[in-house]
Design a protein around this ligand. Structure first.
Ligand code: ADP
Ligand code: MG
Length: 253
C-alpha cells in the first residue's frame, strides 16, 4: 500500500493516493471488479483536481468579500428584474462574450450582485478577476514605470470575466482614460465585463474626460450588453436605520 501511494504521489496523482486505502477496503468488501475499482480511483483524482482548480481560481479572483445570489434579498429591490439576474447566473453572457452593466446609487447591491455572478462563473469553470476601476488603472500606470506593462495588460485581458467595480467614483484624466480605453477595446468581443457605476449614462461623458474617447468606450461596452438599472434604496442605510431604531427602543425601556 505504502509503495503504491508513494508511486501515485511521484506520478502527481495525489487524489488517487489519498483515496487508495478507503477505496481498496470498499472494493474488497463489495468484491468490485478491477475496472470498477480503477474507475472509482480515477473519479477521486478528477474530483480533487476540480476542487483544487476552483479554489485556485477563487483566490485569484480577488473578490472583496464572498457574496451569493441566495443571500440577496430581492424583496428589498422589488423593481429589480430577478428573472434577468438569474438568466445572467447561467453565464450565457460569458459564453457569448457579452457585458453586464449595473447602474445605481450607493448601497443598492451592485457590488454584491457583480460578485455573486462572478462566483457563479467560477463554479462553471471560468476565470474571473474582480478589481475596481481605480485599482486597475493605478496598477497599469505604475507598471509602465517598472516595465511590466505587458504583463499587467495580460493580467486584465486573460480572465473570461473581468469585473470592474466603481466606475465614476473618480473622473479619469487624459492618461488614465487611455488605459481604460485600451482594456475595453482589447476585450471587446473577446471577453466579458461586468461594470458597476454610481453614475447614470448621461454623466459618463464627464467621467471619461475626452468626449471622443468617451463615445468610443461607451460604444464598445454597450454594443453587446445588458444594462441593469437599480433605482431602489440603500440596503446599508436601511440596515443602519433599523439598528438605530432598535438601540433607541432598547434605551427607552
Ligand atoms: P453598492 O455596490 O451598490 O454600493 P453593495 O453591493 O456594496 O452596494 O451593498 C452594500 C451592502 O449591503 C453589502 O454588504 C451587500 O451585501 C448588502 N446588500 C445590498 N443589497 C442587498 C440585498 N438586496 N439583499 C441583501 N444584502 C444586500
Ligand atoms: Mg459597490
Amino acid at each position: 500500500m505504502e509503495t503504491i501511494k508513494r508511486q501515485l504521489i511521484e506520478l502527481k496523482l495525489p487524489g488517487m493516493a489519498k483515496a487508495l486505502e478507503v477505496r481498496n477496503e470498499y472494493a474488497l468488501s463489495e468484491r468490485l471488479s478491477f475496472l470498477d475499482f480503477l474507475s472509482l480511483l480515477l473519479e477521486d483524482e478528477l474530483s480533487s483536481r476540480r476542487d483544487n482548480g476552483y479554489r485556485k481560481r477563487l483566490s485569484r479572483a480577488h473578490f472583496p468579500s464572498p457574496k451569493t445570489l441566495e443571500e440577496f434579498d430581492f424583496r428589498f429591490q422589488p423593481q429589480l428584474n430577478k428573472r434577468l439576474i438569474f438568466d445572467c447566473a447561467t453565464c450565457e453572457f460569458i459564453r457569448k462574450r457579452e457585458n453586464l452593466l449595473f447602474i445605481g446609487p450607493p448601497g443598492v447591491g451592485k457590488t454584491h450582485l457583480a460578485t455573486a455572478l462572478g462566483m457563479k462563473a467560477l463554479e462553471q469553470g471560468y476565470k474571473v478577476l474582480f478589481t475596481t476601476v481605480n485599482e486597475m488603472i493605478n496598477s497599469l500606470v505604475a507598471s509602465k514605470a517598472d516595465n511590466t506593462y505587458h504583463l499587467k495588460m495580460r493580467y486584465y485581458l486573460a480572465p473570461n470575466l473581468l469585473i470592474l467595480d466603481e466606475l465614476g467614483f473618480k473622473r479619469l484624466n487624459q492618461q488614465t482614460v487611455d488605459e481604460f480605453y485600451e482594456i475595453v477595446s482589447r476585450r471587446y468581443e473577446k471577453g466579458s465585463l461586468i461594470i458597476t457605476s454610481n453614475k447614470s449614462f448621461e454623466e459618463w461623458g464627464e467621467v471619461f474626460w475626452d468626449p471622443v474617447l468617451a463615445t468610443a468606450i461607451i460604444d464598445r461596452i454597450i454594443h453587446h450588453c445588458r444594462i441593469i438599472v437599480i433605482k431602489g434604496d440603500s440596503y446599508r442605510m436601511q440596515n443602519y436605520k433599523q439598528k438605530r431604531a432598535k438601540t433607541e427602543n432598547d434605551s427607552d425601556k
